[in-house]
Ligand binder design. Structure first.
Ligand SMILES: NC(=O)C1=CN([C@@H]2O[C@H](COP(=O)(O)OP(=O)(O)OC[C@H]3O[C@@H](n4cnc5c(N)ncnc54)[C@H](OP(=O)(O)O)[C@@H]3O)[C@@H](O)[C@H]2O)C=CC1
Ligand SMILES: CC(=O)N[C@@H](CCC(=O)OP(=O)(O)O)C(=O)O
Length: 345
């Protein structure tokens, strides 16, 4: 299977190159840049030195489609919406990492992303790629829309609860924190060193573009879902997301029953590891890996449920899940190229 990466000089693209280079069944055929054609990838990312030996190529959809089986678009929202239909028309199968093909309602997309919605036919044919809970046959998909980093952590945390209708859907609060690499490679006035070192910031209050994505999926799982409350914070670390999710549970359930439900729900999911009752994951425990580690707790005094989920935003939150989706698309072992343990400490 030959793969190409577009947006190769971004953090998501670099992570795709790292993962695809050691994938047992995929060959990294080419990587593409809109600004650095002809340069080596080492010029942008010395850590990839000796790994590829190839130069960055221009983005030519026809050429890419004629030479490869699958292309990853690790490009910004608003760019993917232009690029992906061209790749699809040229016959490529595509896994897009941006937010452009996640929201099925174009008006909602325009409202939250403040950009023109993508081509309607391509949008409606896109399969939402939360891999553990795919709702369509990935082997048939021409386009998989990779979930956002926060939605991945939040939805994996909420799925057993919502699918079993255990919590009051109106009571859900998702309190999320991310490392700075979530903002991409380019430094901004919000993310540069003096702003983020030794600092903690809340951002996009009641305005985060992942809010409707989470609501869209939750309402597919449970028709009683209303608007959620979602807060996002930047913390001074490079990678990692933690979501702490609160919901009102039913009378009479025990903490052990809830943990058992989570462990059963993810029994067959290699990449979701449910912790023993009373133990909680930290972001470093999934660093550099495709794992999502989860804990669920129940305060039997108040019936409040608390779920803690952690992922690496660049792996399970982006490029790792994209490779996991490629594995599903081509019907190969889901863990191929991804089954390694996190880097620790
Ligand atoms: N960082 C994260 O944790 C996550 C990111 N995402 C999403 O994945 C995508 C990539 O993110 P990330 O790698 O962090 O972003 P970066 O900003 O680090 O990289 C994006 C890359 O896109 C390319 N690009 C920019 N403008 C254009 C254009 N007009 N045409 C073609 N290519 C362009 C650039 O590469 P070049 O100049 O070489 O073309 C750039 O390096 C984004 O949509 C992001 O929202 C999703 C989940 C998590
Ligand atoms: C730290 C930081 O700024 N993180 C970004 C994550 C962006 C992202 O992944 O965007 P899409 O999924 O919408 O493409 C944010 O919160 O907007």
């Amino acid at each position: 299977m030959k793969a190409a990466v577009i947006g190769a000089t971004g953090y998501g693209g670099a992570e795709l190159i790292r993962l695809l280079q050691q994938h047992p069944e995929a060959t990294l055929h080419s990587f593409h840049s809109s600004s650095k054609e002809g340069e080596s990838i080492e010029a942008s990312y010395p850590h990839l030195q000796t790994v590829s030996g190839m130069a960055l190529e221009a983005i030519d959809p026809e050429k890419i489609a004629s030479e490869t089986d699958v292309v990853f678009t690790a490009t910004p929202s608003g760019v993917s919406s232009e690029l992906v239909p061209e790749l699809i028309d040229a016959g490529n199968r595509v896994i897009d990492l941006s937010g452009d093909f996640r929201l099925k309602d174009p008006k909602l997309y325009e409202q939250w992303y403040n950009k023109k919605a993508p081509d309607e036919t391509v949008l409606q044919n896109a399969v939402y790629g939360l891999t553990e809970w795919l709702e369509a046959d990935a082997t048939e998909a021409q386009l998989i829309s990779n979930p956002g980093c926060y939605p991945t952590a939040a939805l994996l945390g909420l799925a057993p609860l919502m699918k079993q209708n255990i919590a009051n859907p109106d009571s859900i609060i998702i309190d999320a924190k991310t490392g700075v690499s979530g903002a991409g490679k380019k430094a901004t006035p919000v993310t540069h060193f003096t702003e983020m070192n030794d600092n903690l910031k809340i951002y996009k209050v009641f305005a985060h573009q992942h809010t409707p994505e989470i609501e869209q999926v939750l309402s597919g799982w449970n028709s009683q879902t209303g608007p959620i409350t979602f807060s996002t914070h930047l913390v001074p670390m490079t990678r990692g997301i933690m979501t702490t999710i609160y919901a009102q549970g039913p009378d009479g359930m025990t903490a052990k029953e809830l943990t058992d439900l989570y462990q059963e729900s993810y029994n067959d999911s290699y990449f979701v590891r449910v912790r023993e009752q009373g133990t909680y994951p930290s972001t470093k425990e999934v660093y550099g890996s495709n794992f999502c580690d989860l804990s669920v707790a129940l305060d039997e005094r108040t019936n409040r449920i608390m779920i803690v989920s952690v992922i690496d935003n660049l792996v399970k939150g982006a490029s790792g899940q994209a490779v996991q989706n490629m594995n599903r698309m081509f019907d190969i072992e889901e863990t191929a190229g991804l089954g390694f343990a996190p880097v620790y400490p």
